[in-house]
Structure formats: structure tokens, C-alpha cells
Design a protein around this ligand. Structure first.
Ligand code: SF4
Length: 325
């Protein structure tokens, strides 16, 4: 058994909240502050249980579809984006929409619209059923084929093999996506690339940090919810990069003491939708078990910020004007 003072934690940086999540959560908070409860939110604003529970306590009501929102009420669209059909459904019910779609998801939507206009077939690498993929595919449903994994490539049928382009979900594994693209290019040598990376900076940065730490730890703990694509990818990346074991947890209370047999070094990271308080709880848990030396391993510095959705900015401005009148 290692002596307790040799136990340590390598804490990944960057970790946790990205700019798109920060903006989406603040959008709901501001909507509650400006207009009072309830504020409806279509789908989970970001894929994190704690965030959803906290906003629910403050008066947000999470619904699956706009049909569940009373006519004329306010509804926030989540950071994952929505298809044009959802916007139309909201308009048909006279809902007041606040669009918290991450600008980096909107960028992919715009690419899909452009490629569809050029009548290209869009091979959208991503997980069928994920809200972001549904939203992006919904921009160009006739032109889009979803590619779930490298194994899907062999069975693809396209109208014109010389007129295909790939796009991707923003929160995938960089390595697996590149493998899928490689296979796509073998099948379609004239495959066109997107104008820039669709896998966003936050997803990439969190994976790079985990790759750096994984070879030096026996156990990697990833804080994040089960439906958080980027969090689930972090577990896969940790295992592929040398961690002996890796587990995803929502909260510190889910940690199992059995995971620590023979473990001297523990890696800790969190997905892009995870508030730092949940990581602090995990560090406290580890410290109580002797893992009280924490070394932060930083592979990038992030300073990107997005302005709030324009609907919220307009309402804030109107409130200011009313206050000064
Ligand atoms: S993970 Fe990336 S795409 Fe998703 S909300 Fe964050 S910055 Fe935007």
C-alpha cells in the first residue's frame, strides 16, 4: 500500500464551463430576473443535472417540446440549438423565444444551410438522437446523412459521391472523428472539408488536458452528466491515453471507495457543462482520503466569452431605459 503522503491529484485545466454553457445558463437566470418565474426551457439548457435542478428551484420549467409551453409564454432554446421546425412550432404558439444556442453550434447550422443550398450531401458526424445533431440535421433534412461512427461509413449511400461534404457535432472525440473522416475520404476521395473545425475549442482543450494527465494517473475521475457528450468522451479519451481506469460521476457522492485500491495518482477533470463547485466537492472527498496534494496541469488558457442572446440584451436595455426615465 502506498503511504498516504505520496497520494496526489492531477487537476486538468481547462475543465468545466465553456463560453457557450456560461452564456446559456446566464440567459435563463437573467430571464428569470427580468420577467419572473416561470420561464420555460426547451430541453435541458445544458446537459448537467445539477444546473437543471438549481434552475428548476429558481423557477425554470424544463419541457421536452414547445407544445408543452402555454401559448404566449417565454421559452429559452438550449445551448445545443434547435431546428427551423422547432422555431416555427414556437412561433405558431406565439411563444416569446430566447435563443441560447451556442454561437459555435449556430456556425455549424449556417454551414449546413450553405452546403444544402449548393445541393451537396452533408455527412454529419455525430450521435443520432442528440439534440445538437437533430438541430443541425433539421437545417437541411433532405441533404443530411448522420454518420454515428467509423463503422457506419461502409454502408453509406449518397446521391453523388463527388458532391459530399462532412460536418460534425461540436462535442465529439477529436481522434475518433478524424478516423471517421479518414474512412469517408477513402470512400469519397472528393470529400470536401468544412471551412473550419466543428469540434469546438472547449471540447478540444478538455481532451488535450486529459491526454496530458492520463499516462500519469491510475484513475481519472470525470465530473459530468451521463447525457453530456463531451463528458462521456473525456472518459474514453482518458482510457485511450493511458489511465488504468476512468469513471464519470455527477456528484462526489457517487465515488466508490473501491476505485482507489493501489491508486496513488488520481486525475480529475469536468465536462464543459459542469460548475466548478462540483469539482471542489470531489477534491474535498479526495483530500479526506489522503489525496490532498493537488497539482493543476494546464494545457491551454481560455478567455473566450460570448455576448448574451440578443433578446436578453434588448430586455436589459429596456429595463435600464425605464429605470432612467
Ligand atoms: S461545448 Fe462548445 S459548442 Fe457546446 S456550448 Fe460549449 S463552446 Fe459551445
Amino acid at each position: 500500500m502506498p503511504s498516504s503522503h505520496s497520494k496526489r491529484v492531477l487537476l486538468a485545466a481547462p475543465r468545466g464551463y465553456c463560453a457557450g454553457v456560461d452564456r446559456a445558463v446566464i440567459a435563463v437566470e437573467k430571464a428569470l430576473e427580468l420577467h419572473g418565474a416561470p420561464i420555460y426551457v426547451r430541453k435541458e439548457i445544458v446537459h448537467n443535472k445539477y444546473v437543471v435542478e438549481t434552475l428548476t428551484e429558481r423557477g425554470a420549467i424544463f419541457v421536452s417540446e414547445t407544445e408543452e409551453v402555454p401559448e404566449g409564454a417565454r421559452v429559452v432554446f438550449s445551448a445545443h440549438g434547435v431546428s427551423p421546425a422547432v422555431r416555427e412550432a414556437a412561433n405558431a404558439r406565439s411563444l416569446i423565444s430566447i435563443d441560447a444556442t451556442c454561437p459555435l453550434v449556430t456556425k455549424v447550422h449556417k454551414e449546413a444551410v450553405r452546403f444544402a443550398r449548393e445541393d451537396q450531401t452533408i455527412l454529419l458526424i455525430g450521435h443520432a438522437g442528440h439534440e445538437e445533431v437533430e438541430g443541425t440535421a433539421g437545417e437541411a433534412p433532405k441533404n443530411t446523412i448522420i454518420v454515428n461512427s467509423p463503422e457506419d461509413v461502409a454502408g453509406l449511400e449518397v446521391a453523388d459521391p463527388d458532391n459530399v461534404v462532412w460536418l460534425s457535432q461540436t462535442t465529439l472525440s477529436v481522434d475518433e472523428t478524424m478516423e471517421t473522416v479518414g474512412r469517408l475520404r477513402e470512400r469519397f476521395p472528393n470529400l470536401q472539408d468544412p471551412p473550419s473545425d466543428d469540434i469546438c475549442y472547449a471540447t478540444q482543450n478538455r481532451q488535450v488536458a486529459v491526454k496530458k494527465i492520463a499516462p500519469d494517473v491510475e484513475l481519472m475521475i470525470v465530473v459530468g452528466s451521463a447525457n453530456s457528450s463531451n463528458s462521456v468522451r473525456l472518459v474514453e479519451v482518458a482510457l485511450q491515453s493511458g489511465a488504468d481506469a476512468s469513471y464519470r460521476i455527477d456528484r462526489a457522492r457517487e465515488i466508490d471507495d473501491k476505485w482507489f485500491d493501489g491508486v496513488t495518482s488520481v486525475g480529475v477533470t469536468s465536462g464543459a457543462s459542469v460548475p466548478e463547485i462540483l469539482v471542489r466537492d470531489v477534491l474535498d472527498y479526495l483530500a479526506a482520503r489522503g489525496y490532498d496534494t493537488v497539482e493543476e496541469v494546464r494545457t491551454a488558457t481560455e478567455d473566450l466569452m460570448f455576448s448574451l442572446p440578443h433578446e436578453i440584451r434588448a430586455d436589459l436595455k429596456a429595463r435600464e431605459a425605464a429605470a432612467s426615465a
